[in-house]
Write a protein that binds this ligand. Structure first.
Ligand SMILES: [Zn+2]
Length: 426
């Protein structure tokens, strides 16, 4: 009796609560976003064996059915679709010679067929190359489309008893979707968890900025805020160079070569992870502080061919940074403007527009013909902002009052520049 009462009360509460959520979403701009979390896994020995079985079976299924499609196409100019292949897969699992497919989560195998189907569709739509056979040497991965849970630092998926220990270094919000398990060249295991989240975009600040890829620092804004490179990256990169030199002396295929190869891959992962941390922090900060961010549409590959710059560009991973900024500004309804990379942002004086044709890379500060004293990177960032605002105003009403250096946005800047420095240096 008492229990019934509690049940009813709970239902009432749930009803009121969800209604309020809906009510809120009408007035507050809540939107659905998809976020991916990536965590390292610490599987037991038995779990490692089972994970490897999953990688192997997924590869087998993908390759087997890709081959089937190819053969069918050669014979009758058409091949089985996903549904027909899923039926064949069920038969395959009953056959003696492929009965081991049963040891693996059936939805995972179906998902492999699904991704093969998608690869085919993308090829016929002209969006991708013809699907290739999966090899063990390239990335090992498999996907669990549903029925997975994350509870108290453990990932629970079908076929795995007791859950796999998972290093959850940030809080996971929202509804869990598919999970993708992978193994890196160093032998570490990772899980990527896709979530669906009700997200409240960040508040508008009224501030705008231009961002320039720094030579000395990672990046600088038109407000003169500098974002430093991660101090560990340089250290790891030195280690990497050393480890690679040792590797080149080892005999290919030998035991010690393999050991050294793993070492190199491990440092590689470290460099990549420390870089990613910086990119996440800086892009988060920029999207929080500004409503409009202008930046150059840099061709990283083109600049890599310039030997003097290559290390810095690689270190700063501009391309990845732009992608982070893209999806974060999308989530938060902020504007990202990319300007033509051939625009002479460093050579132009942002005050009077005079162009310094002789400016070379080593010059940090310079004075223009009309006596304006300029910091190289900050000047470039200001020009990028001006150019970005021009692009915006060309497409819409010009509400900048004509003077691009003193826009109505800038007067309302609400964030102290000092706030960024501690973050960038930390
Ligand atoms: Zn000037």
């Amino acid at each position: 009796m008492y229990c019934d009462f509690l049940d009813i009360m709970e239902q009432v509460f749930v009803k009121v609560f969800t209604q309020r959520q809906n009510f809120r979403s009408i007035f507050v701009n809540v939107k659905t976003i998809h976020r991916t979390y990536r965590f390292e896994l610490k599987p037991t020995q038995d779990q490692k064996v089972l994970l490897d079985k999953h990688f192997g079976c997924v590869r087998y299924v993908y390759n087997h059915f890709l081959n089937e499609r190819k053969e069918q196409y050669q014979e009758n100019k058409k091949s089985d679709n996903y549904y027909a292949q899923a039926k064949t897969l069920t038969k395959l699992k009953k056959q003696e010679e492929t009965i081991w497919l049963k040891e693996v989560n059936s939805q995972t195998l179906q998902f492999a067929l699904r991704s093969l189907d998608t690869a085919y569709l993308n090829f016929f739509r002209g969006n991708a190359k013809f699907p290739r056979f999966k090899s063990k040497k390239r990335k090992n991965s498999f996907t669990v489309p549903q029925h997975s849970k994350l509870i108290e630092g453990k990932v629970y998926i079908p076929k795995f008893k007791g859950g796999i220990t998972c290093i959850v270094h940030r809080e996971v919000k929202g509804e869990l979707g598919k999970m993708t398990f992978s193994q890196t060249p160093t032998g570490s295991y990772f899980v990527s968890i896709l979530t669906k989240e009700q997200y409240q975009p960040k508040e508008k600040t009224g501030a705008v900025c231009g961002v320039d890829l720094g030579i000395k620092d990672f990046a600088i804004t038109s407000d003169g805020i500098q974002f430093k490179n991660n101090r560990y990256t340089k250290k790891y990169e030195r280690n990497l160079a050393k480890a690679q030199k040792y590797l080149s002396r080892k005999q290919k295929g030998s035991h010690s070569f393999e050991r050294q190869r793993r070492k190199v891959a491990k440092i590689h992962e470290k460099v990549s992870n420390t870089r990613q941390d910086v990119l996440h922090k800086v892009s988060h900060q920029l999207v929080s502080d500004y409503d409009l961010i202008a930046l150059e549409d840099l061709n990283v590959k083109g600049m890599m061919s310039n030997r003097r710059l290559s290390k810095h560009i690689a270190d700063a991973s501009w391309g990845r940074f732009v992608r982070f900024l893209e999806y974060k500004s999308d989530w938060n309804d902020k504007q990202l403007v990319k300007i033509n990379r051939w625009y002479p942002s460093s050579k132009t004086c942002n005050v009077c527009g005079w162009i310094n044709q002789d400016l070379n890379l080593s010059v940090r500060e310079w004075t223009c013909q009309n006596g304006h004293r300029l910091d190289r990177d900050e000047n470039a960032a200001k020009n990028i902002l001006n150019e970005g605002l021009k692009i915006i105003s060309a497409g819409t009403v010009d509400n900048t009052g004509g003077d691009l250096n003193q826009t109505s946005f800038e007067k309302h800047r609400s964030v102290k520049p000092e706030a960024h420095l501690s973050l960038a240096n930390g």
